[in-house]
Write a protein that binds this ligand. Structure first.
Ligand SMILES: [Mg+2]
Length: 292
C-alpha cells in the first residue's frame, strides 16, 4: 500500500503503533510535542522539518526559511503551554549550493532563537542528493499545572482561535510569530482544557483535537476570523496559520475574552464554536495532508 493511499494520520498511526515506553513518558506520539519526566521536571521534546519544494521554494530567502524552521517547532512547544529551551539543527544540502545560502539560513535561525529565548546548541550537516532538508529538534519545559494536551477537551467547551486564518501562502507562512507569549499568558491565568497549534489548517487540526478529546465539534462558520480576501474554505484548508486553537469551559469564556483584550489589544481572539457530544465529520473540506 502506498502512503498517498492512506493519508498522513494513518501513516503516523501505523509507524507509532508498536512503540513501547517506560514510565517516564507522560505524553507519547499524537500530540504537538512529547512530554517526558526528567527528575522533578517535565521536559517537552519536539522535532520538525522543512523541505525545499514542500515548505519553501528554491527562490525563497534562506533567512526566512531559517526563521520558519525554528518557529514551527516553537509553535508546537507553545501549543502545550510550555517554554522552549535548546535546539539542535540538521541540514542536508547539495554541495553545489553557495555558502551564503547556509549562513543566511543560520541568520534566520539565530534571529528566531534570540526572539524566543532558544539556545542553538549544535547540529549536523550532510550532503543531499536533491532538495535542501532542514530538521529542528527542540526541547522545552512546562510546569505541571500549565501543561495543556489535545485530549483534555470536554463536551460543552468553548473553542477559540487566536489571530486570523487562511491565505498563509501569500507570505505569512515564512514570517509568522509563534504565539508563545499568548500561550504562556493563557496558561498562567486560565485552566485550558485542550490546545493545538494550527499547522495543517483548522479543517484538519480541529478534528484532531476533538478526536483526542473523545468529543465532536460545532463551528460557527460565519464567525471564523479570516485573513483579508480569504474564503471560509481557505480559512479551513490553507494551513500554516500557526495560530492557537484551544478549548475552555463555558463559564470562564467571558472573563477570558475580556482579559485578553487588555493583554493583547492588537491580536484578535475569536470564539468559533464548541465541543459537542455528537461525533462525526462536520467539515466538508479537510486541511493539508502531507501524503495526499
Ligand atoms: Mg502542532
Amino acid at each position: 500500500m502506498k502512503l498517498k493511499e492512506i493519508g498522513e494520520d494513518a501513516v503516523v498511526e501505523a509507524i507509532t503503533r508498536e512503540l513501547r515506553f517506560d514510565g517516564r513518558v507522560e505524553v507519547g506520539p499524537g500530540d504537538d510535542c512529547a512530554l517526558v519526566r526528567f527528575g522533578q521536571n517535565l521536559q517537552l521534546l519536539k522535532t520538525d522539518c522543512v523541505v525545499e519544494g514542500v515548505h519553501f521554494l528554491l527562490e525563497t530567502s534562506a533567512r526566512a526559511v531559517g526563521w520558519k524552521a525554528l518557529c514551527r517547532a516553537i509553535s508546537d512547544i507553545a501549543a502545550m503551554g510550555g517554554d522552549p529551551l535548546d535546539a539542535v539543527i540538521t541540514v542536508a544540502i547539495s554541495p553545489d549550493r553557495e555558502l551564503a545560502w547556509l549562513t543566511d539560513l543560520y541568520a534566520g535561525l539565530n534571529q528566531a532563537a534570540a526572539n524566543y529565548g532558544v539556545n542553538l546548541v549544535g547540529g549536523e550537516t550532510s550532503r543531499s542528493p536533491g532538495p535542501v532538508f532542514i530538521s529542528v529538534a527542540l526541547t522545552g519545559k512546562v510546569e505541571k499545572e500549565r501543561l495543556v494536551v489535545r485530549s483534555g477537551g470536554k463536551i460543552g467547551d468553548r473553542l477559540y482561535v487566536t489571530g486570523r486564518l487562511g491565505g498563509s501562502l501569500r507570505g505569512k507562512h515564512l514570517s509568522f510569530e509563534p504565539r508563545l507569549a499568548e500561550s504562556r499568558w493563557l496558561t498562567e491565568n486560565f485552566r485550558l482544557h485542550a490546545m493545538i497549534d494550527l499547522s495543517d489548517g483548522l479543517g484538519s487540526d480541529l478534528p484532531r483535537l476533538a478526536k483526542a478529546s473523545g468529543t465532536g465539534f460545532e463551528i460557527d462558520f460565519s464567525a471564523l476570523p479570516k485573513n483579508e480576501g480569504c474564503s471560509v474554505e481557505q480559512a479551513l484548508a490553507d494551513g500554516e496559520d500557526y495560530e492557537l486553537l484551544f478549548a475552555v469551559s463555558d463559564d470562564v469564556g467571558a472573563k477570558l475574552e475580556q482579559d485578553w483584550k487588555k493583554a493583547f489589544p492588537e491580536l484578535p481572539l475569536t470564539r468559533i464554536g464548541r465541543l459537542t457530544e455528537q461525533k462525526g465529520d462536520l467539515l466538508s473540506k479537510p486541511g493539508y495532508d502531507h501524503f495526499q
